[in-house]
Design a protein around this ligand. Structure first.
Ligand code: UTP
Length: 294
């Protein structure tokens, strides 16, 4: 296939300061949402979107994330002995996902843009996707936004960004875009501009980058061109703005609910949402929530 897309980069090397002290010794990606760590939802979404190669940008403190996707002989043997078949099947399936997982270290947390640049040697000269692990998407639709973005890239070769709609008070927390009036040949709206965390009064819209991106390899040139910001971090948003000067980027609208799990409130909302969907406890949990709201 001409624009075949296989690789997806998941940066997990950030410090997770908004979730301290929980994240002092535990990576925020390993915090559970009901009974699965956040990162497992993200990896499952990538596998469902038919990516074959996951590249984790990681840090020495995050080994538990790599371990989570590794085979656990001792645990499997114990579950086998205790005839816990359901659990055994679930545990085995985590390390047998139809995907390879490689990791590369970002020695110092020099920003999301810098983290993505660290993946260059593994991505090579291919196009790739990026997914931010703290943005958890829950949708009852059969096909995820990420899969739609991938399918469109494989047809048109156009880079894309998934957009959500921010509340006014949230605008200054995200990368906000200005849409162009132009569309690509297949009718998808193009993006004209993107600004990192603008003040509400200068934001060009309330549409924000919702943590799913697909780029041609040229994004690496932009990432290596942009300068660090005031806090010394290389921002992905600045590189996308540089990329937009010469390349076309289309947008997709988020389907379903998005939870920013890097933030206390978003994380708790994700738990409440997912607990209600849970096969074992969902019914009881809904009753409990109903009781609380009286
Ligand atoms: P965030 O800014 O949301 O995450 O970065 P953070 O820095 O871990 O959290 P806070 O703000 O201190 O609470 C978005 C994503 O980019 C990764 C993070 O791991 C997160 O998944 N990231 C960020 C890196 O991999 N390296 C960095 O230098 C910065």
């Amino acid at each position: 296939m001409k624009n075949s897309l296989k690789k997806i980069v998941i940066p997990i090397a950030g410090l997770g300061t908004r979730m301290l002290p929980a994240t002092k010794a535990i990576p925020k990606e390993m915090l559970p949402v009901v009974d699965k760590p956040i990162i497992q939802y993200i990896v499952e979404e990538a596998v469902e979107a038919k990516f074959n190669e996951i590249i984790l940008i990681t840090h020495s403190s995050k080994a538990s994330v790599e371990n989570h996707f590794d085979k656990s002989f001792e645990l499997e043997a114990t579950l086998e002995k205790r005839v816990k078949r359901g659990l055994l099947k679930e545990i085995k399936s985590i390390s047998r996902l139809n995907v390879t997982i490689q990791s590369i270290r970002q020695g110092e947390a020099k920003g999301l843009g810098h983290a993505i640049l660290c993946s260059r040697s593994i991505v090579g000269d291919e196009p790739f996707a990026i997914t931010l692990p703290d943005m958890l998407i829950s949708s009852d639709k059969k096909s995820s936004s990420l899969l739609e973005m991938k399918n469109e890239f494989e047809i048109s070769g156009d880079s894309s960004i998934l957009l959500g709609k921010a509340k006014k008070t949230e605008i200054s927390r995200y990368g906000i875009v200005k849409l162009s009036n132009k569309k690509n040949k297949r009718g998808f709206r193009k993006i004209e501009k993107i600004i990192e965390k603008p003040k509400m009064n200068i934001a060009p819209s309330s549409l924000f980058a919702a943590g799913r991106y697909i780029f041609t390899n040229k994004i690496f040139n932009s990432l290596s061109r942009v300068k660090p910001d005031k806090s010394g971090e290389i921002q992905l948003t600045d590189a996308i703005q540089d990329f937009l000067l010469n390349e076309e980027v289309i947008c997709f609208n988020l389907k379903g609910d998005l939870f920013d799990c890097g933030d206390k409130l978003g994380y708790l909302k994700a738990i409440v949402h997912k607990a209600q969907e849970d096969e074992d406890i969902g019914k009881e949990f809904k009753k409990y929530i109903k009781k609380l709201s009286y």
